[in-house]
Every structure is written in C-alpha cells, then in structure tokens.
Design a protein around this ligand. Structure first.
Ligand SMILES: Nc1nc2c(ncn2[C@@H]2O[C@H](COP(=O)(O)OP(=O)(O)OP(=O)(O)O)[C@@H](O)[C@H]2O)c(=O)[nH]1
Ligand SMILES: [Mg+2]
Length: 194
C-alpha cells in the first residue's frame, strides 16, 4: 500500500503561479495570515518541513512540498496581513487566486479559520469566492486547543453556521495537540494517492 505522506520534502518556492510545473495531484492550505497553515501542514506530514512563526506573514511565496513524485502539498501565503512592502502585499491576492485557478491537479483546498475567533469578514469573503468557483474545498478550524472543551461544541456550531455549513462539515483540529490531525492526514493521503 502506498503511503504518500511518509517522505514529504521541500520542493520549491514560487511567486508566479504561471511558472509552476504541472503535477499529478496536489492539495493546498489557505487562510488568514497566522491562522496556522504551515503548522498544520507540518502536523499532517509529521515533519517540520514548512516554516512556522509568531509573526504573521511568515509564508510569502507558494511553497511546495513533495510527497513522492508529482504529489504536492502546497503552503500558501496568508491573506489579511497589513504589513510588508506594498508591492509584495499587492501581489498576494493575484498570486493566490492565480494559483487556485490555474491548477487542474488541485484535489482539495483546505480553508483554515481560527477555532476560537471563528470566521472573520475576510474568511467569509474567501468562502464566498471558493463557493463561486467549482474548486473542491474543505473548511478546517485550527488551534482548537485554544477553545475550552466545554465551549467547543458551541463554538464549532457557531463557526459552521456563520459559514453556511453544518458543524460536522467543519474539521476541528489542533496542530499543537494533535486533535483531529490523524483524520486529516488520512484525507490528505487519500487525495494524494495515485
Ligand atoms: N495554540 C496553537 N497555536 C498554534 C497552532 N497552530 C499554529 N499555532 C501557532 O500560530 C502561529 C502561526 O502559525 P503558522 O503555522 O506559522 O501560521 P501560518 O498560517 O502559516 O502563517 P503565515 O505563513 O504568516 O500566513 C505560530 O506561533 C504557531 O505556533 C495550534 O494548533 N494551536
Ligand atoms: Mg505559513
């Protein structure tokens, strides 16, 4: 049996999505700056391949990690980060959008929100944008360890409803504590299996 997540390695970084080579299958992590995209990718791969930081705006390019030949996990820059050079900032929207629209091998977009904060205005814009495309996407609430367990069910319901979803549709994970990571790893592995 093929286990596509056993040997994940950094492959390349690119700021122009048009220059990315085709691949066999890929999944991407998208979400607000600092929401935990790189951390979740690392947790799913069981390896610290992607850079994590306290400072928002850590990931500034499309970072590609390879799980076997032509099987990609893609870490995207966050949106909604107000610092950084003007030109670089202006490039992020088109960069992310260009990437998402330009990849026929894109099997899933994991769209991250903060479990405690819930979907922000920008997150809801992203959901609306995704819904308007035919792209496959999956909502994931991250940093679930920050929500008291007594409040988790309620927070999950509120967050899901705000996004027009049922609570069960919203994956509830913590990269830090591992909650929900095994299930997500299974999903990603299946999506990347030839
Ligand atoms: N408590 C908690 N903190 C987390 C979790 N996941 C990530 N963090 C923290 O959140 C911060 C941002 O994590 P990153 O993974 O770098 O976030 P990102 O979405 O990749 O950020 P950008 O690349 O800047 O867009 C870091 O300080 C992480 O340690 C989690 O599950 N629980
Ligand atoms: Mg990052």
């Amino acid at each position: 049996m093929i286990q596509p997540l056993e040997t994940v390695e950094y492959l390349l970084s690119e700021t122009d999505p048009a220059r990315l080579a085709p691949c066999a299958a890929e999944v991407a992590f998208i979400g607000r700056s600092n929401v935990g995209k790189s951390s979740l990718l690392n947790a799913v791969c069981r390896r610290d391949v992607a850079r994590v930081s306290n400072l928002p705006g850590r990931t500034r390019a499309i970072n590609v990690f390879q799980a076997g030949f032509g099987r990609w996990l893609v870490d995207l820059p966050g949106y909604g980060f107000a610092a950084g050079p003007e030109a670089e900032r202006a490039g992020w929207g088109p960069m992310i959008e260009g990437y998402l629209r330009g990849r026929p091998s894109l099997r899933m977009i994991f769209a991250l929100i903060d479990a405690k904060v819930g979907p922000t205005r920008l997150d809801l814009q992203m959901v609306e944008w995704l819904e308007a495309t035919d792209l496959p996407w999956r909502p994931v609430a991250t940093k679930a360890d920050q929500v008291k367990s007594s409040r988790a069910q309620g927070r999950r319901r509120e967050a899901a409803h705000a996004m027009g979803l049922q609570p069960a549709d919203l994956a509830w994970v913590s990269a830090q504590e591992g909650l929900g990571v095994r299930e997500l790893r299974g999903e990603v592995a299946a999506l990347l299996t030839p």
